[in-house]
Design a protein around this ligand. Structure first.
Ligand code: NAD
Length: 376
């Protein structure tokens, strides 16, 4: 049973899908590991670190040859998978909605493409969830980015030269990234408030010492869809939310937006008119910039200035912490594959009727088989 670890070729991608630790663990399960030369370098892992754990190092073609399972962070271009054997598994973050043509090409190659971001949000799959492990880091980094671009300080400072007041920081969207952003902003000494459409987050916000800002006037709205994800809100709710946000946002120094709805463009939470009400020098970080943006005018990977406010459009934030994000990503992949390891077959086996299989399997036997993709 051979596992191949690919070097990432996408622009700006520094992560790697296996760490020396997970390589060692896969080998202990009975697999052989082949790592593409230089795969870990930008995540601070040298080829020798993998070799020391028992992996072989080679060029892409050699690594792919006869591989049963191919690990990657982002979905590789199908042309770069030449020589991959039929029936091999590709395990990575495959951006299935955004890269639909690529999924069709994987089907044509005859491989089983397994999209880790489609992992169901069930208790037993928590340790396999790349969205959680990576969002947590993004939430942390978003606050540091905001602090670095803010021409003032976060904590209140009482000095001999006078007092500096604490920054007011507002977090919109309190999922995994938002919760970490609240905690990080609190640690830096900001006055933190937060909002979400899911009522369950109110207590979580309070428990982290931040102030919940919630729409109370629209009755009967839960905002929680299946699997703990948010649903798209009614027009009435969106209007009430926009009014509340307008009043609140004008008093904020830092705003961090993290709101996502799976398979849909990110909801627009902040308009240009609202940005114009903010104090000059304020900073907005849009963690949803790559999914269309929560903030009008945000551009993924750029810092743009509007009405004296800096808007940071996040672009693959986990890649900027590649050593830690790779270590966690790698563990997610290991936790998944080892959970399905079959001692007799000496490889992982995915039952067709398993909730995880149904969730993440995009292609099989030359066809696209995933219900979420076929329903689109
Ligand atoms: P996400 O990345 O899908 O979205 C981020 C946040 O934005 C969510 O809290 C969402 O409710 C919010 N949001 C969406 N539209 C909004 C709007 N218009 N205004 C304000 N906020 C809006 O979410 P996530 O970080 O993945 O987490 C969502 C929930 O799922 C959490 O409760 C998390 O703990 C849970 N979760 C469970 C598992 C598991 O059990 N395996 C794994 C991951 C997440």
């Amino acid at each position: 049973m051979k596992i191949a670890v690919l070097k990432e070729l996408a622009d700006g991608e520094k992560r790697v899908s296996a760490s020396p630790e997970t390589v060692k663990k896969f080998i202990a399960l009975g697999a052989s590991l082949a790592v593409e030369k230089g795969a870990g370098v930008s995540a601070s892992v040298a080829d020798k670190d993998y070799q020391d754990m028992g992996a072989t190092i080679g060029i892409r073609q050699a690594v792919l040859k006869d591989a049963d399972i191919v690990l990657a962070v982002q979905g590789p271009e199908p042309e770069s998978l030449k020589g991959i054997k039929k029936g091999a598994w590709l395990v990575a973050s495959l951006n299935p909605f955004g890269e639909r043509k690529r999924v069709d090409a994987y089907a044509k190659l005859g491989i089983d493409a397994l999209a880790m971001e489609f992992m169901p949000r069930i208790t037993r799959a928590q340790s396999m969830d790349i969205l959680s492990s990576q969002s947590n880091l993004s939430g942390y980094k978003s606050v540091l980015e905001a602090a670095a671009h803010y021409g003032r300080v976060f904590p209140m400072m009482m000095t001999a030269a006078g007092t500096v007041s604490a920054a007011r920081c507002f977090i919109m969207g309190v999922g995994v990234a938002g919760l970490q952003a609240i905690a990080t902003a609190r640690r830096l000494g900001a006055q933190v408030s937060a909002t979400d459409v899911r009522a369950a987050t109110k207590e979580q916000i309070k428990s982290l010492g931040a102030k919940p800002i919630f729409v109370e006037s629209v009755e009967g709205i839960e905002g929680e869809g299946t699997g703990g994800y948010a649903t798209e809100m009614s027009e009435k709710y969106q209007k009430a939310q926009a009014e509340l946000v307008s009043a609140h946002i004008a008093k904020q120094d830092i705003v961090i937006t993290t709101a996502l709805i799976p398979g849909r463009p990110a909801p627009r939470l902040i308009s240009d008119a609202q940005i114009a009400t903010m104090r000059t020098g304020s900073v907005i970080v849009d963690l949803a910039a790559e999914q269309g943006g929560n903030v009008e005018g945000a551009v993924a990977g750029k810092v743009v200035e509007k009405h004296g406010v800096k808007i940071i459009g996040a672009n693959n934030m986990p890649s900027s912490m590649a050593a830690d994000s790779s270590a966690l990503f790698s563990r997610n992949l290991y936790n998944f594959l080892s959970a399905y390891w079959d001692e007799e077959a000496k490889r992982p086996v995915l039952p067709d009727d398993d909730e995880v299989t149904i969730g993440i399997r995009l292609t099989k036997d030359g066809k696209v088989v995933n219900e979420r993709l076929l329903a689109k």
